[in-house]
Design a protein around this ligand. Structure first.
Ligand SMILES: C[S@@+](CC[C@H](N)C(=O)[O-])C[C@H]1O[C@@H](n2cnc3c(N)ncnc32)[C@H](O)[C@@H]1O
Length: 231
């Protein structure tokens, strides 16, 4: 049995649905209606697309959004296949509660991709999808009242170093006037991000209030907490 976790060679370009976002980030109407929301990196998530249909003001940002929609669809299909080929070796690191089985997860990743790709061309023109590369985002200070960052920071801590994480924290805080939520706090090996204390001290030193709070969602074992930064 492979014990080191999900053994993938790249940061996957795929995404999650609106309903999965509500659980991961413990969101409800009162939080979502506070104002402009940033999802970064959004990948091929359908959060922005579905939220737009509901009349919410969501901007999605990702390093990959300088590609055409067809390139993004191809890339995402390959990454879904790549990740879930490797998945069986790491299945013991997951809780089968929110999702019934692997097929269920794949179906949701594909649903997110479909809704994302249907919305992307118009949304890109309307500037709801913006190309950007952390840790330098193309938004003025305090542009958003809520910033969501899922399945990137901490999760890929084996290849993104501590300085990169600190720079990203600073940048997500810079573009936000209300609250930043980051999920999960574990790596691909389902172990807690090893430098979380350094990150908390870094935020504290910068005069920013942060706390670790429970999220009503767990897929990777133990990945049921998020970092909430209040500004
Ligand atoms: C696994 S996806 C997460 C997408 C979504 N937030 C979710 O929870 O499903 C990770 C994303 O990070 C993007 N990414 C990688 N490096 C980045 C960077 N430096 N700046 C912005 N996006 C980046 C990838 O293109 C990919 O879409």
């Amino acid at each position: 049995m492979h014990n080191s976790g999900l053994d993938i060679d790249r940061i996957a370009f795929f995404g999650r649905t609106y309903t999965e976002y509500l659980s991961m980030f413990d969101l409800d109407g009162s939080v979502l209606k506070r104002g402009r929301i940033l999802d970064c990196p959004a990948g091929a998530s359908s959060f922005a697309a579905e939220a737009h249909q509901l009349g919410l003001d969501v901007t999605a940002c990702d390093i990959m959004y300088n590609h055409s929609v067809n390139e993004l669809i191809e890339k995402s299909k390959k990454d879904i296949q790549h990740v879930f080929e490797k998945f069986d070796e790491a299945e013991h690191l997951y809780v089968w509660d929110y999702y019934r089985n692997k097929e269920d997860v794949i179906a949701l990743r594909k649903k997110a991709l479909k809704l994302f790709s249907e919305d992307f061309p118009a949304g890109f023109k309307e500037k709801r999808y913006i190309h950007g590369e952390l840790p330098h985002l193309p938004f003025p200070d305090k542009s958003f009242s809520l910033v969501l960052s899922g399945n990137f920071l901490f999760l890929y801590g084996d290849r993104l170093d501590l300085d990169f994480h600190k720079a990203c924290m600073k940048e997500l805080v810079r573009v936000c006037s209300g609250e930043v939520r980051i999920f999960p706090l574990v790596g691909l090996d389902a172990k807690p991000y090893p430098y979380l204390d350094e990150i908390l001290s870094f935020l504290d030193f910068a005069g920013v209030k942060s706390e670790i709070v429970k999220a009503p969602f767990e897929f990777q074992k133990g990945a049921n907490q998020m970092l909430k930064i209040s500004l």
